[in-house]
Design a protein around this ligand. Structure first.
Ligand code: PLP
Length: 349
């Protein structure tokens, strides 16, 4: 006899990237955090929060932040749903739409949380493998006709962006919802915002964790037409965005020049690190994100992961089919990237 539902017992539990305690001297390239600090305007907004703002319940829809999103993306305010991180928005979508008999479909490999959220709902998952070079299995995704189809674009851990035309095809041929998870959009060349306006069944999900250096704040949002959002609002926690996240997030997203400047630095470092790793004969996949998926020449990914870890450099190793010979490396500062390349050069001797 267990206290838990059988599907809960069956869930392995999400394994987040290791989080060493603050102050540990470590080069942390395993969770795709931004190496630069949040916008000074966000920090000022944080410091301006007074006790009175915390005494009262916050606005249930994150009004101030919604308004900022509406302004920055030039969309109506009622097309925005705010969450406690984009994970919260993903959770709300799955809870609202998936159950036994209402399938959750996604290409593999992708963000592992999708599987967990579906399992909690006891919803069947259909996992369709990406092609050898991460070509989208478009026909099979359409055939599967999920109640929810999830596409991370750019995708993790591959780093590739899915062609907008493919997303458009999917949206047009699915009777269920198409979730486009744009967690890494700030480092990408394109985005799918136009599809939200074109299709009633598309929701775009974004986060302040990566591009805005605010993973600790927990703030994400979804963009979709108000009728799609109406079902989601019924499911979300009443006060899922706290007053601090709302105020700090609004200041951060309004400071587009700062975010863009950080993203530009990261993209420049991404190019540099790609060249350096290729010089060490690593295979490096093209990335539209703030990380690189790489395959070491000896394919000894787990060994390198362990050796780097012993030198206080953390990268991500996935012990799963098709990824066990690869590493996912977050783009750090130029100094951090250089230390990594030096360590790998030494290990290759
Ligand atoms: C990081 C990440 C998220 C989670 O973002 P939070 O807003 O921090 O919850 C969602 N989707 C993908 C693909 C991610 O890599």
């Amino acid at each position: 006899m267990s206290y838990f539902r059988s599907n809960v017992n069956a869930i392995a539990g999400y394994m987040p990237g290791e989080q060493p305690p603050p102050g540990t001297h470590i080069i942390k390239l395993n969770s795709n955090e931004n190496p630069y600090p949040p916008s000074p305007k966000a920090i000022a907004a944080l410091q301006a929060i007074a006790g009175e703002g915390l005494r009262r319940y916050p606005n249930p829809f994150g009004h101030e932040f919604r308004q900022a999103v509406s302004q920055v993306l030039d969309i109506p305010l009622d097309w925005v749903i705010v969450g406690n991180g984009s994970d919260d928005v993903l959770n709300v979508v799955i809870r609202a739409c998936a159950e036994p008999g209402r399938k959750v479909v996604y290409p593999m490999p992708t963000y592992v949380l999708y599987c967990t959220l579906a399992a909690i709902q006891s919803a069947e998952t259909v996992e369709i493998p990406y092609g050898e070079n991460y070509e989208l299995p478009l026909e099979k995704l359409i055939e599967a006709q999920g109640a929810v189809t999830l596409i991370a674009s750019p995708n993790s851990p591959s780093g590739h962006g899915v062609a907008i035309a493919d997303l458009q095809q999917l949206a047009a041929h699915l009777s269920g919802i198409l979730v486009i998870d744009e967690a890494y959009v700030d480092f990408a060349e394109t985005n799918a915002l136009a599809l939200v306006k074109e299709f009633n069944n598309v929701i775009l999900i974004r986060t302040l964790s990566k591009g805005y250096s605010l993973a600790g704040l927990r703030l994400g949002f979804g963009i979709a037409n108000p009728s799609l959002l109406s079902g989601l609002f019924k499911v979300k926690d009443s006060y899922n965005i706290d007053a601090i996240a709302c105020a700090v997030g609004a200041a951060a997203i309004l400071d587009q020049p700062y975010k863009n400047a950080c993203a530009d630095r990261i993209k420049t470092s991404r190019t540099r690190l790609t060249i350096d790793l290729k010089q060490l004969n690593f295979r490096v996949w093209d990335s539209q994100t703030n990380f690189l998926l790489v395959q070491p020449p000896q394919r000894n990914a787990e060994f390198l992961y362990q050796r780097l870890k012993s030198q206080n450099i953390l990268v991500r190793y996935f012990n799963q089919p098709k990824l066990e010979d690869k590493l996912r490396i977050t783009i750090g500062t130029n100094d951090q990237n250089l230390t990594l390349v030096e360590a790998l050069t030494e290990l290759a001797r």
